[in-house]
Design a protein around this ligand. Structure first.
Ligand code: PMV
Length: 327
């Protein structure tokens, strides 16, 4: 009996310029390019063991057997890895997160980045980072960005070959912090895969996509110049554009809670007072408050006084996905 095993850790990421909607859903080619910050401190650890004695894949997430739909999605991704490796062996996959999954904290990004790297390594292969990013993209679009550390851009492209991510500034380039305000750890109702499919039903999506190049350029520039207030404006605009598309899709998607809006309003007020902080929100109610480290203590303290705040996770720019010893 031959066992081949490898483990990897990947961090989630928070999009500053969002991916919402696909030009090709099967290939997960996005309607627009996106920029994110990889989030250090939050981690998915995944180990993959190809085992010739198995007659199907066995998948566990956070110590529990995965649901039928999660197992199917992971097995489909293992098929992509098996195709690259030229093997047919089934695998045991064990994945653990140190943060709540499915609550808009991009757990699918770290999950499919870690699965891609652990799977490829367990199959005895090593891929160039861009190739690994393309593979991760097929599992979950935003996962292609979690292959890299620091500040990352995913190129939209019309082809499978051209659609991958790259880091354009290292984690220590700018000492930003992400204060993640948890309003609910509950699993969200509509996952992002279903959400992407609704994007084109909104009359606002074409305008959002048409203006994406300008926002990407402005976001890249603000990061490279460490220009916080410009970054804040473009991040909040991009977040509001994506949620406007969600709110005007058929059927509409509403991820916000009343408390989400209260935090957004408070953050805008604190910035007017001179604090370096802005908000962004993925497909869930939780709010990511992006701030410079010198303002983080004050902002964190204030966040705890707002209604509905269950906890605040503090994260910093994170590293690229990496192979680690199995535990
Ligand atoms: O990678 P997915 O299918 O989970 O989509 C991610 C969608 C957002 O988190 C809302 C935006 C983004 O760019 O990460």
């Amino acid at each position: 009996m031959t066992l081949r095993t490898a483990s990897a850790i990947a961090n989630p990421n928070i999009a500053f310029i969002k991916y919402w909607g696909n030009r090709d859903a099967a290939l997960r080619l996005p309607s627009n390019g996106s920029i994110s910050l990889t989030i250090g401190g939050l981690e998915t650890y995944t180990s993959v063991t190809f085992d010739e004695s198995l007659s199907s894949d066995h998948i566990a997430i956070d110590g529990q057997p995965a649901s039928a739909s999660a197992s199917e999605r992971v097995s489909l991704h293992l098929d992509r890895i098996r195709l690259v490796a030229g093997i047919e062996t089934y695998a045991t996959v064990e994945s653990r997160n140190n943060f709540p999954v499915g609550a808009g904290l991009a757990s699918s990004a770290s999950a499919f980045a870690a699965l891609s790297l652990a799977g490829i390594s367990a199959a005895g292969l090593s891929l160039q980072p861009a190739e690994l990013s393309r593979l991760a993209r097929r599992g979950s679009g935003s996962a292609c960005r979690s292959i890299f550390g620091g500040f990352v851009e995913w190129y939209a492209s019309e082809t499978d070959e051209g659609s991958y991510a790259e880091s354009f500034a290292a984690p220590d380039y700018w000492d930003l912090q992400d204060l993640i305000v948890i309003l609910s750890g509950e699993h969200k109702g509509v996952g992002s895969t279903q959400g992407h499919a609704l994007a084109d039903t909104s009359p606002l999506q074409s305008a959002r996509v048409a203006d994406a190049q300008r926002r990407l350029k402005e976001c890249r520039r603000a990061i490279l110049d460490r220009d916080f207030f410009s970054l804040a404006s473009i991040i909040e605009l991009d977040c509001n554009l994506m949620h406007a598309v969600m709110h005007t899709s058929t059927p509409p998607l509403m991820y916000w809670y009343p408390e989400t809006l209260q935090i957004m309003t408070a953050v805008s007020k604190w910035r007017e007072e001179g604090h370096e902080v802005c908000y962004t929100i993925d497909a869930g109610p939780n709010v990511h408050c992006i701030c410079t480290s010198k303002h983080a203590d004050t902002i964190e303290e204030r966040l705890h006084h707002l209604p509905g705040v269950v906890k605040v996770l503090r994260a910093h720019p994170g590293d690229s996905a990496r192979v680690v010893p199995s535990i």
